[in-house]
Design a protein around this ligand. Structure first.
Ligand SMILES: Cc1cc2nc3c(=O)[nH]c(=O)nc-3n(C[C@H](O)[C@H](O)[C@H](O)COP(=O)(O)OP(=O)(O)OC[C@H]3O[C@@H](n4cnc5c(N)ncnc54)[C@H](O)[C@@H]3O)c2cc1C
Ligand code: FES
Ligand code: FES
Length: 495
């Protein structure tokens, strides 16, 4: 068993052991390596000042794929077999790279605190394009490589600037000639990393610090064994929830199990009409997958956190975190999705809608971990609408979420499924509303009445994101919104 984390920073190898394996990457960069270009402002994944590029072996194991992540919520134990490139490491032959120079030329910085994060996020946009104009992600997306204003804005949603104003920053990105951008594979020839990672990423790692230990298993069996021997251990997948809680002191590091290299959990495949999502599949990969196959869910994923969060975070983590405002849950409830869990007694499946026993509590036994999520894909005849209500569109926590799915037999409604989030301690399925809708005429009046029933099925509270009354109003009104978005022209004309 290896007893250190192997990683590279700006091309230089590091072997990290003992207490140093239990610090955020941002601390390691700033305090151990004196690479202070990476800034820390919020320490909770919200501002992007600490963004770095994280490189891992691609699916074909022949190159390194770089994605942007927040270094403040990536702990060292998550980073075995990675190549980290910081803003310092982006320079070309000691000079600013074309994006860095463009930020200078376009006056894209004032205090400069956010600037390294913006540069990294912009580089990630250019890294995702290859010269032929196709995306070079492992899943081909047919996304053109044009650096449009929309693409730039999307890539920068995880980066906050408090003084410069976004116009000059966006202009800086759009002024870069893509052909002039020197890609990381040219700055850091991949052979060394590919060779080292292929050799070492299948090795289990166990590191003990003064107050904490972590285990990186490489197969489900040893993950379950460790979990059953250490039921209080914290499972770390993308870490976008866990590491915020660690930074805020809400959980003690204690014992941790990192799922990064557990074999089989990176798989994303369709099995008939069911999509199987491994527990380590990132939200970003899902976002790309659903772009064509289910735009409604793609939209929810596109406004989920920021690129930095989606590249690190997972669907399994969103489910296991069990927040009543987790954005994926209403969709998983109405599609009848299931989690596949593994424990010492073997594997079993549980409907996501039956997974929660209370606020952030799952019905799993102490040795069980989520290994896969099974999502039945809605049929062509299903009308599915998903809603996220938040104070702003991007990088915001939901005040209210909803999923409404049904089919139509002519004028009649069939197979209605409704789930709301942000209205109780857990996401709720609304059986009375569903029962009311089934067999009714598809009309505004029906959905108004359904809204009144839905509002009686929920028990929201008032908090910083919305009052109880506001949420009750949403619970009713969202039904009307569904009608107006789903009715055909004739039905609308009759109103
Ligand atoms: C800035 C920011 C923005 C965010 N925006 C959104 C948003 O828009 N919508 C939203 O819903 N969430 C949001 N989140 C929350 C978070 O990103 C998601 O919940 C994400 O899906 C968590 O996935 P992860 O892999 O990072 O989970 P982790 O942090 O690794 O784990 C989350 C929880 O699940 C447990 N866990 C993880 N994997 C497993 C497993 N395989 N089996 C059993 N237990 C497991 C962990 O122990 C932990 O309790 C945001 C977070 C941040 C920091
Ligand atoms: S410091 Fe704000 S995202 Fe890391
Ligand atoms: S330049 Fe000051 S925060 Fe962006």
């Amino acid at each position: 068993m290896r007893d250190f984390v192997l990683l590279y920073v700006n091309g230089v190898e590091h072997r990290v052991a003992g207490d140093e394996a239990f610090v955020p990457l941002s601390d390691f960069l700033r305090y151990s390596l004196s690479q202070c270009g990476t800034k820390v402002v919020c320490a909770e994944g919200d501002c992007g000042a600490c963004s770095v590029l994280l490189g891992r072996l691609n699916a074909a194991c022949d190159r390194i794929e770089y994605v942007p992540v927040n270094a403040c919520i990536q702990y060292m134990y998550q980073l075995d077999c990675t190549h980290i490139v910081t803003v310092e490491g982006l320079k070309v032959d000691g000079d600013l790279n074309t994006i860095q120079q463009s930020m200078v030329d376009c006056h894209g910085a004032q205090c400069g605190y956010c600037t390294p994060g913006f540069i990294v996020a912009m580089c990630s946009l250019f890294e995702a394009c290859d010269k032929s104009g196709e995306s070079c992600q492992s899943e081909k997306t047919e996304k053109p490589c044009a650096i449009t204003r929309e693409a730039v804005s999307d890539a920068l949603t995880g980066n906050l600037c408090r003084c410069t104003g976004y116009e000059s920053i966006i202009k800086a990105a759009m002024s870069v000639d893509e052909k002039e951008y020197k890609r990381l594979e040219n700055l850091y020839p991949p052979a060394t990393f590919v060779g080292a990672f292929k050799k070492h990423c299948d090795e289990p790692v166990f590191v003990k610090g003064s107050d904490a230990e972590f285990f990186k298993p490489t197969d489900v069996k040893s993950a379950v064994e460790y979990r059953s021997n250490n039921p209080a251990c914290v499972i770390v997948s993308g870490g976008t929830d866990v590491c915020v809680n660690l930074n805020k002191g809400r959980i003690e590091p204690g014992k941790l199990m990192v799922l990064t290299h557990v074999a089989g959990l990176e798989e994303l495949k369709t099995n008939g009409k069911v999509l199987e999502v491994g527990a380590r599949v990132s939200l970003r990969r899902l976002e790309e997958f659903f772009q064509k196959s289910l735009p409604e869910f793609h939209h929810i994923l596109r406004i989920f956190g920021s690129p930095q969060i989606r590249y690190a975070g997972t669907l399994a983590g969103n489910i296991a975190n069990g927040s009543p405002i987790a954005d994926s849950l209403p969709f998983l409830f109405v599609t009848g999705s299931e989690v596949e869990v593994a424990g010492v007694k073997g594997e079993r499946r549980i409907k996501v809608s039956e997974l929660y026993s209370g606020y952030r509590k799952m019905v799993l036994s102490e040795d069980e971990i989520i290994v896969r999520v099974h999502i039945p894909m809605p049929s062509q005849s299903t009308i599915l609408k998903l809603y996220k209500v938040s104070k702003r569109e991007h990088l915001d926590i939901s005040s209210f979420t909803a999923a409404i799915s049904l089919e139509r037999n002519g004028e009649k409604i069939a197979n209605a499924r409704v789930a709301y989030g942000g209205v109780a301690a857990v996401v709720l399925k609304l059986p009375k509303t569903e029962e009311f809708l089934n067999g009714k005429t598809f009309s505004l009046d029906t959905f108004r009445q359904a809204g009144a029933i839905a509002a009686k099925e929920v028990t929201p509270i008032s908090d910083v994101r919305g009052s109880k009354d506001y949420r009750l109003q949403l619970a009713a009104n969202i039904m009307e919104k569904f009608f107006f978005e789903s009715a055909d022209e004739k039905e609308l004309a009759c109103l």
